[in-house]
Design a protein around this ligand. Structure first.
Ligand SMILES: *Cc1c(COP(=O)(O)O)cnc(C)c1O
Length: 466
């Protein structure tokens, strides 16, 4: 088998779903009606939908079979115990609190651990995570390494925490004002970049010596484990499952969006080792989500997630999942399209600031590029730049993160290699006409997580292309 290097999928297709190709004229109307926000497009108007990998996974026949075994009792469903056991086995946390999705877990954890005026360091922000920390009275501090803000840096673990930045925060405010540290693995907004085991260990040791709780954002921890196996010395012969468990063992708890790694369409959880925190969480989950043995999920959804966790940690699955993302990324690199390097785990990120240098930051080049790609080919992507970053909680000014990106996010087990080829060709087509793309300005700006529902108009004329 030494000749075989392909990432071919360890499954075959049993059920298919039709997708529809639209005309350019139809797409021009659709994106204008959507306020040039791809979140406001109808799914049926999208040909290849790379908006997100969240909840867009294709489930296996085994997961669908598990759905029929849903125990929809209000309390003590057998599917809760299956999920609890899967989390204990593969993630290693003792107490599991199910939630409807990841942000439900973030809400509960933030309410329990953050006191007004506290600080919460993290390796780059995530939209919902930071908002829940702020709503609980906390202030987020970015402690990711500088390389993460440079799209060209080839650092193999660009998600790493810069321990000196954590130490500086401790010196500035004192360890007792730090509610906890969140470590995202992989780091979504840095481009799906992983954290090394060595870095996790170093940060965890320092934090535990200093009395700081370590929380993992485990949303894509299995993908992170694959990168450790591929890139970090000493892990090449360990399984993804073993590495995942070793990562979690360095932390005190985790929030999880099951809609990513776990190959389901809905669900999430909070998991901790501390019994007192677990009791508080079991109490709060009743207020916001549902009883502590379902937390907003149907029994069948908990069963699908329990089975999805087992499938997600298989090495063959991860090889093809990340292999497909790397395949698309390499095509774009070969074509000379500016993308974030190295290619991350769940998505290829286009460097919109580099592609559209004629559009100033306050006219949102990434938002414009996502709209242009949709008009060109019906491919739906997402902005990850100034619109996603929102406004500063204190000053009300726009935040301008260093990265101004468009994310082509690959749903798990959904699209084929030919779809990746079409995607690459479409991006190249827009790249060839990049000087024609117009900037955008707000017509409507919601207060919270504005990127989801904001509406824009084009600057300097009608239509996204001049
Ligand atoms: C999606 C996501 C979340 C939030 O999870 P939801 O299930 O969407 O509520 C948190 N952190 C990261 C890194 C994510 O990608």
């Amino acid at each position: 088998m030494t000749r075989r290097t392909s990432w071919a999928e360890p499954w075959k297709i049993k059920v298919v779903e039709s997708i529809k190709m639209t005309t350019r004229e139809q797409r021009e109307v659709a994106i204008r009606d959507a306020g040039y926000n791809t979140f406001l497009l109808k799914s049926e108007d999208c040909y290849i939908d790379l908006l997100t990998d969240s909840g867009t996974n294709a489930m296996s026949d085994n997961q669908w079979a598990g759905m029929m075994l849903g125990d929809e009792a209000y309390a003590g469903s057998r599917n809760f115990y299956a999920l609890e056991s899967a989390v204990q086995t593969y993630y290693g946390y003792e107490y599991l609190i199910p939630t409807h999705q990841g942000r439900g877990a973030e809400n509960i954890l933030s309410k329990i651990l953050i006191k007004d005026g506290d600080y919460v360091p993290g390796n780059m922000y995530f939209t919902t995570t930071r908002l829940h920390q702020e709503l609980a009275g906390g202030t987020f501090r970015d402690v990711i390494i500088d390389e993460a803000h440079d799209p060209a840096s080839e650092h193999p673990f660009k998600g790493n925490v810069d321990l000196d930045k954590v130490k500086a925060l401790v010196a500035e405010v004192g360890a007792d004002r730090i509610a906890y540290i969140t470590i995202g693995v992989t780091v979504n907004l840095a481009g799906g970049q992983p954290v090394s085991m060595a870095n996790l260990r170093e940060v965890s040791t320092y934090c535990h010596d200093t009395g700081i709780t370590v929380i993992l954002d485990a949303t894509r921890a299995v993908e992170n484990a694959w990168f450790i196996q591929q890139r970090e010395k000493g892990y090449g012969d360990k399984s993804v499952a073993q590495i995942l468990r070793a990562m979690c063992d360095l932390t005190d708890g985790a929030t999880m969006s099951g809609k990513k790694d776990s190959l389901v369409n809905i669900g999430g959880w909070l998991a901790v080792r501390d019994r007192k925190v677990a009791e508080q969480a079991q109490n709060l989950v009743v207020v916001y989500e549902g009883l502590h043995t379902y937390g907003g999920m149907a029994g069948r959804d908990m069963e699908a997630m329990a089975r999805g966790i087992v499938e997600s940690v298989q090495d063959d699955h991860m090889r093809s999942r990340i292999g497909q993302v790397q395949y698309l990324g390499q095509k774009l690199i070969d074509a000379g399209v500016p993308v974030v390097h190295p290619i991350g785990g769940h998505a290829v990120f286009l460097d919109a600031a580099a592609i559209l240098p004629h559009i100033p930051r306050d006219k949102f080049p990434a938002q414009a590029l996502a709209a242009a790609l949709y008009v060109e080919s019906g491919i739906r992507s997402m902005e990850r730049g100034a619109v996603s970053a929102g406004r500063d909680a204190k000053t009300g000014e726009n935040r301008y993160p260093k990265l101004e990106l468009v994310r082509l996010t690959i749903p798990r087990r959904v699209y084929t290699q030919a779809h990746m080829d079409v995607t690459a060709e479409s991006v190249m087509e827009v790249f060839d006409h990049r000087d024609k793309v117009r900037g955008l300005e707000f017509l409507y700006e919601p207060e919270y997580l504005r990127f989801f529902q904001a509406r824009f108009g084009t600057v300097g004329g009608d239509g996204i292309f001049a």
